[in-house]
Design a protein around this ligand. Sequence first.
Ligand code: SF4
Ligand code: SF4
Length: 90
Amino acid sequence: MGKAETAKTEWKSVRYDNDKGIWLGFPGLCKGCGLCIQKCPTKVIQWSNELGVYGTPRVEPRMEGCIVCGMCQMVCPDCAIRIEKKKVQQ
Ligand code: SF4
Ligand code: SF4
C-alpha cells in the first residue's frame, strides 16, 4: 500500500505559452536526448542553461515560433513534454 502511494510522484513542470497554446516541460523526466530538438518542424526547441534529471541540459522552447503541433510531446521517449492547445477565442 505504502509503496504504491510513494510511487505516485508529482513532477515539477516549467511552463511556457503563447497565444496558440501551452508548452509544459518536466525537467525531472528529461534525459537530454535531443530528439525533440531534432524533430520540431519549426526548430524552436533549444538547450537550456538549466539541467535536467541526469545532469544534462534540459530543453526549452522559443514560444514565439511554436505552432503547438505536439510533435515534441509525441517523440519524447520520457514524456517530459506536454502540449496543450488553447481554445480559439470567440
Ligand atoms: S509543439 Fe511543435 S512547434 Fe512547438 S516546440 Fe513542440 S514540436 Fe516545436
Ligand atoms: S525528447 Fe524528451 S528527454 Fe529528449 S531532450 Fe527532449 S524533452 Fe528531453
